[in-house]
Design a protein around this ligand. Structure first.
Ligand code: HEM
Length: 517
């Protein structure tokens, strides 16, 4: 049948497209290649231990799941390319950023940080954007968030923080109380929470958000000179966001809204793109600015840095198989390339080990031999382990150094001679929060939505956490504390007046039953 008048979205017609592209049927086989005979297909009356198709299928099906990512479990992604638009050789000799017009293929994955796989896309939480650039000098991975600051600086706090914002051990629910308890115990996290409760908290899909790797990256040019940069991916679709009410409405109708929006846009040829820029400080600037430029919880001060465009990232091909192309993808921010020595702060040092440990657990000990993670060129002394092992370096020498032409290191003449050592601090500065409340939130209407979002979240928070939150708000800005307190009083009054959930139509249980009730 040809549905001449129907118009299906790319997501709706996915299998139909497959059929149109694959007009001939093909022979089904078992995983060993043995063709499936038609009488094996139905096992209702056969001894199923003698039905090889059943054994083959059920043993594979029973083992289909890998553990989901410990964070950023729910996601979507696509293939694309990066194209250089500006000469940035003054800052870095990284091959992928040099040569105007040069294109580098990539895979990107967007995600919600806290949601489990299958959760809603529309929560008020950070979104992730991980990009793997397949460069001639190895893979460069950037793992970004949709807000420009990170929660905290101390790597030892990561598991506590993630526990605090994830599901409660008894109720299995995400709890506002533990989220805000984390904030009062470690007030540096308020920077991120302020961004999240503002209009920046729920973007209108992944395509409409900016993304930031947050850390300050060291770059090196071919003279060994260094610059310190913060990368920004600026959406070319225009930033757009949902209010709490809009998000609740969309989530009720379509909890996979972000995933669908991305797939359909790429499927209809409306390729999303981002401008990659970097904010730059010179080595000299590091001495003169009156803030810590390596502090991931804070922004750089306006007027202290320059911004340089590098190129554009375009996503132009949907993944063909989510498991193969995204679930097995291992993004690791310590995958860096010559010319980008990378961040020097302690939090990043912790990330250098954390991702590989997580991926060894999630994917086995050879994540970089999985198809989607394979660099264009790799010659290593790593051997064996859980498959895939690919060629396993065949009969090449398996120890270094050796006298038999096994892989040898090269000399990078341009590498900076000195490494910067950055010490962090646990001090908390409320000035950026006051600035956020009064200036980054640019209008009174936006401020009202911010307060209302805070009230929605704080309404269920129990003492003593709530009292401490209000004390902190008072330190940040008296007006903020006063308006949140007034909002909470109104919310409590509404709760008292609430007579329970609206009644629903209960169907008459009109099915056969032994008991007449
Ligand atoms: C010490 C701090 C951090 C630790 C220990 C940490 C750890 C992790 C781990 C274990 C994963 C799952 C990896 C996997 O199973 O493949 C992950 C995913 C991710 N992290 Fe972090 N993270 C940290 C900070 C950050 C920061 C600062 C950012 C961004 C600015 C970030 C962005 C991401 C993103 C985007 C993903 C999802 C990657 C994907 O799509 O596969 N993380 N993180």
């Amino acid at each position: 049948i040809i549905y001449e008048n129907a118009s299906y979205s790319p997501e709706e017609r996915q299998f139909l497209d497959f059929k149109l592209n694959n007009p001939k049927t093909i022979v089904w086989t078992k995983s060993s290649g043995d063709p499936v005979e038609i009488r094996e297909v139905v096992a209702v009356n056969t001894d199923h231990f003698n039905n090889q198709l059943f054994v083959d299928t059920i043993s594979s099906f029973s083992a289909e799941r890998l553990p989901e990512r410990i964070t950023n479990a729910k996601g979507a992604g696509a293939f694309g390319y990066f194209v250089v638009t500006n000469d940035v050789s003054k800052y870095t000799y990284a091959d992928l950023f040099n040569g105007i017009g040069k294109k580098t293929p990539l895979v990107a994955r967007f995600s919600a940080v806290v949601q489990n796989k299958g959760g809603t896309d529309l929560g008020r939480e950070s979104r992730g954007f991980a990009v793997k650039f397949y460069t001639k000098q190895g893979n460069l991975d950037l793992a970004c968030l949709h807000i420009p600051v990170f929660l905290y600086r101390d790597p030892n706090f990561v598991s506590h923080l993630m526990h605090g914002v994830s599901r409660n051990p008894q109720t299995n629910l995400i709890s506002s109380t533990s989220r805000w308890d984390v904030a009062i115990q470690r007030p540096a996290t308020l920077n991120t929470l302020f961004w999240l409760y503002s209009d920046y908290g729920i973007p209108n899909g992944y395509r409409k958000a900016d993304f930031f790797p947050v850390h300050t990256y060291e770059l090196a040019n071919k003279h060994g000179e260094t610059h310190y940069v913060r990368f920004n991916f600026r959406t070319e679709q225009g930033f757009s966001a949902f209010t709490n009410q809009q998000a609740a409405e969309v989530s009720g109708r379509d909890p996979d809204y972000f995933v669908k929006d991305l797939f359909n846009a790429i499927g209809r040829g409306d390729y999303p793109s981002w401008r990659l820029e970097m904010d730059v400080l010179t080595k000299h600037d590091l001495q003169t600015v009156d803030y810590n430029p390596f502090d991931v919880t804070g922004l750089w001060t306006n007027g202290t840095f320059t911004t340089v465009q590098i190129g554009r990232l375009v996503l132009n091909k949907n993944v063909e198989n989510v498991f193969r192309d995204l679930e097995l993808a291992a993004f690791n921010p310590s995958n860096l390339v010559p010319g980008i020595p990378g961040p020097v702060d302690n939090l990043f040092k912790a990330r250098r080990t954390a991702y590989r440990m997580a991926q060894n657990y999630r994917l086995g000990s050879n994540p970089n031999k999985i198809l989607i993670n394979m660099p264009l060129y790799a010659r290593t002394y790593n051997r064996d382990g859980k498959p895939p092992v690919r060629g396993n370096m065949g009969n090449a020498p398996h120890y270094h150094p050796n006298s038999f032409n096994g892989p040898m290191p090269y000399v990078d003449e341009n590498q900076p001679a000195k490494t910067l050592r950055v010490l962090g601090s646990m001090a908390v500065d409320f000035q950026p929060l006051t600035y956020f409340y009064n200036h980054i939130i640019e209008s009174e209407a936006h401020r009202r939505r911010f307060i209302s979002n805070l009230v929605d979240s704080l309404e269920s928070v129990v003492p003593p956490v709530l009292d401490k939150v209000l004390e902190l708000f008072d330190l940040i800005d008296h007006d903020l504390k006063r308006r949140v307190a007034v909002g909470l009083e109104a919310a409590y009054a509404r709760r008292r007046a609430d007579r329970g959930p609206p009644s629903i139509n209960t169907p008459i249980r009109n099915f056969p039953t032994a008991v007449n009730y």
